[in-house]
Design a protein around this ligand. Structure first.
Ligand SMILES: [Fe+2]
Length: 199
């Protein structure tokens, strides 16, 4: 399951769409050149699985995507709450890295969520699309797309990352403060959980 919320860029009081229907989400994002799809979830993969386990479990899907999109590098990135006294500082630093609006000019940003969740905010054609990605979701943000990413104040996710270029994935920050005007991960996640509980 995932959730797409779309607003006018003027602010979050102008919501134009809110849906958790995967077909609707794919349809809404397609004109932006954004790839959204769901892969069959391997339930036997632990939430904090290591790279080898993830690659073994999702091998067929990874190979198919690489063949279609020509990715040359694939890795696995995980961040989960732990007893490590440095976790809060690490989590804060990781969150803040891409929390402001930016682009990647030399490569797409492509992520598959093995576990946990995160929100990509795409700022395109006068609208902001918040794509809340969860286990089983693949999102491909084309190079040059203005966006930001929020993993929340208590991040938990494992994601497969796909790259065309070894060093092509640098953030170019726009200097805009638009990210601070829209609901953050914690706010959207709380609303989504409440929806699910009452469904
Ligand atoms: Fe990014």
């Amino acid at each position: 399951m995932t959730l797409l919320t779309t607003w006018s860029e003027s602010g979050p009081e102008t919501q134009v769409r809110r849906t958790s229907d995967p077909a609707e989400i794919a349809e809404a994002l397609k004109p932006l050149g954004v790839r959204y799809e769901q892969w069959p979830i391997r339930e036997d993969v632990p939430f904090d699985a290591d790279s080898d386990t993830v690659f073994a479990a999702y091998g067929p899907e990874i190979e198919k995507l690489n063949a279609e999109e020509g990715f040359t590098t694939v890795d696995v990135l995980g961040l989960h709450p732990s007893d490590d006294p440095e976790f809060p500082a690490k989590a804060k630093a990781a969150r803040e890295k891409f929390l402001q609006e930016h682009t990647h000019d030399d490569d797409d940003e492509v992520r598959f969520f093995v576990s946990g969740s995160g929100i990509f905010y795409l700022h395109v054609n006068g609208e902001v699309h918040a794509v809340f990605c969860e286990k089983g979701d693949l999102l491909g943000v084309p190079r040059g797309t203005t966006h930001w990413f929020d993993m929340g104040t208590n991040p938990s996710f494992t994601a497969i990352r796909f790259f065309h270029e070894e060093d092509g994935w640098i953030g170019n920050f726009t200097g805009s403060t638009i990210a601070s005007r829209f609901p953050d991960y914690d706010t959207i996640a709380a609303g989504y959980e409440a929806d699910k509980a009452s469904a």
